[in-house]
Write a protein that binds this ligand. Structure first.
Ligand SMILES: Nc1ncnc2c1ncn2[C@@H]1O[C@H](COP(=O)(O)OP(=O)(O)O)[C@@H](O)[C@H]1O
Ligand SMILES: CC(=O)N[C@@H](CCC(=O)OP(=O)(O)O)C(=O)O
Length: 249
């Protein structure tokens, strides 16, 4: 199973270690590949250097200077998460071309999307009993780094491996009336998702998440669930289809 671990569910060290513990527990039942983001850490490091960000369709417009900072920030976080999960190896897209990508479009600068995943490398690590922890920086054919939204990177990995995916974030799932947690949808179809985006009740960072979940299903992932990384025990429940919002084609 692929666990996408978002930056909003790792805002404190305690929370980060708690989620890492849940991932380590899940690994006793099934092989796990972690793909992580780190939006808040990136934001902090950019601000520290007076580099302001703008977002276009939920994606950070990324200058070459910002790309350097983002890669540095995510590499450090990657090693910390790998250490937290234990028996793990932290990797970025540059490692053995783990995530090969292409530029998304001129409007976004160094932002990319994943075009190929080195699944053989992931299988080798899993066969050796190691959990791959993958940061969301891909490498372009010219060897330069690309900033990939972590939901999109995780969806691409789930599609390439044809495995289930759980997106861990800071809400219990997709709410029909955000922020009312009682309005969580247990299940959402593609047409409901498109309706939600058009009507505006699916917004911001939830847009790349639902789109990446549907992309993973299209690419052959058997299931895709969006669930909370903030409450203990949710990952195991989501993996069993008993928590969060399940996306269906
Ligand atoms: N319908 C919705 N249901 C739940 N959350 C939503 C919805 N629409 C927008 N959101 C926002 O999406 C956020 C999760 O996405 P994001 O901030 O990118 O998280 P992550 O860092 O985990 O990828 C929530 O915290 C919430 O602010
Ligand atoms: C292109 C783009 O927007 N990249 C993201 C990568 C990190 C990310 O996606 O982290 P979360 O999972 O915490 O949101 C960014 O720069 O913030």
């Amino acid at each position: 199973m692929i666990v996408k671990y978002g930056g909003n569910a790792m805002k404190s060290l305690e929370l980060r270690r708690a989620v890492a513990g849940e991932i380590a527990a899940l690994r006793q039942q099934q092989a796990v590949v972690v793909v992580h983001g780190g939006g808040p850490v990136i934001e902090r490091e950019l601000q520290r250097r007076s580099l302001e960000s703008t977002f276009l369709e939920g994606l950070r417009v990324t200058s070459p200077d910002a790309m350097d900072v983002i890669e540095m920030a995510l590499c450090k976080l990657n090693k910390e998460l790998s250490q937290d999960v234990g028996q793990a190896v932290g990797l970025m897209g540059r490692d053995s071309q783990l995530l090969l990508g292409e530029l998304l479009g001129d409007a976004w600068g160094r932002v990319g999307q994943v075009t190929r995943v080195n699944t053989a490398l992931l299988h080798s690590l899993l066969a050796a009993g190691l959990t791959p922890v993958v940061g969301c920086v891909a490498v372009a054919p010219d060897g330069e780094a690309l900033n990939v939204n972590a939901d999109m990177a995780a969806g691409a990995v789930a599609g390439a491996l044809q495995q289930d995916i759980v997106f861990l974030t800071d809400v219990d799932g997709v709410y029909r009336a955000y922020p009312d947690p009682d309005s969580r949808a247990a299940q959402l179809s593609r047409s409901e998702v498109e309706q939600g985006i058009a009507q505006g009740w699916i917004a911001g960072g939830m847009i790349p998440k639902v789109r990446s979940a549907l992309y993973a299903l299209d690419a052959g992932a058997p299931s895709a669930v969006i669930a909370s990384g903030m409450t203990a025990g949710t990952l195991a429940l989501a993996a069993a289809g008993e928590a969060g919002t399940r996306l269906v084609p």
